[in-house]
Write a protein that binds this ligand. Sequence first.
Ligand code: CTP
Length: 407
Amino acid sequence: MRVVLGVAGGIAAYKAAHVLRALTEAGHDVRVVPTRAALEFVGRATWEALSGHPVTSEVFDDVPEVAHVRLGRTADLVVVAPATADLLARAAGGRADDLLTATLLTATCPVLMAPAMHTEMWQHPATRANVATLRERGVHVLDPDSGRLTGADSGPGRLPEPDAIAAAALALVDAEGKPRAQDLAGRAVVVSAGGTREPLDPVRFLGNRSSGRQGVALARTAQARGARVTLVAANLTVPPPAGVQVVAVETTAELQDAVRTAAAAADVVVMAAAVADFRPATGSAHKIKKQADGAVPPLALVQNPDVLAGLVADPPRTDGGRQVVVGFAAETGDAEGDVLAHGRAKARRKGADLLAVNAVGAGLGFGTADNAVTLLDGRGETVGTVAGSKDAVADGIWDAVVARLAD
Ligand code: CTP
């Protein structure tokens, strides 16, 4: 795939070298187009060496080649990282005063911008308006991370992690390099991911082995299909996608609160988190010590609320609109029935619009890169099956969700 990497003039320009590496290592042909200001931070030699192509900021270099038109027209994907306040303003204003803005005007492929700037600049009404304009035109503008900025200050404005920017950008095109359908544009979706932990004492917890990979893939692909995404993240062992709103939680009670709050204005809620069914009846404020006589402390448990069943029984959406609720069921077969039999019973019990059933254990499901699920409706009938990478499974689930939103 042909990718244009635009680099604007901010200190985070040095991190764009890692975005470039992530894109080339994924096998893509990348042309780097830095602005003049970007070259103040990272020189041309770096971009040329890492991309293997000549680099310029100017429309008047290489005139016979008409680079400003050719680059944009032939690109399958444009990524701008970092996008400074000035670059956002020039792009929103339709300027063409350097090679990067000219390329943005001629590009018809998906465009992703990863802003990075000081908090005041990000929150300024001028920048807010420019971002809104670009998003209305279909440009994917990521929200910056919150954290340490240049110097001692911190707040929203930090460039997301380079690998996450590359992944968010590559998710905008399908395996054949075609732009993804924006069939979740204008939709708000909530995805819970990871596994909850119930504290036993200040150092111990009851937890599970969910990595959060499937939930993170669902969040990334929903964003790539145009949705605004809130990721309720319970103890993820993988990084969240760039640019989605992350609400970090620990326990089932916190997860329930966060999901229901975010779901008040959501079109879709996907419960991909592995939620602890039980918690210790009493959490100890102190570390539980070994007894001299070897006595083992009792472990009394109480049941947690079923968050998914609660979303169906008592819908959290406040404007009365349709809300599609999706659950997951990680099953192992047993003497009572196989994976699917358990899945069908659970689908009927929970009543969600869709239940994605997968077999776990023996190298399947938890922590693995690939997945295979059977999608059931609320009556336990099979709607479809999807297998492959967790992104492919996520796309299959969103296809089924989009069909339900259209009902
Ligand atoms: N779930 C939930 N709240 C719980 C337990 C599970 O919202 N307290 C959700 C999960 O996020 C998942 C679905 O319910 O989407 C099914 O989870 P699973 O653990 O398979 O179901 P359980 O109801 O716990 O059934 P069991 O453990 O009896 O198989």
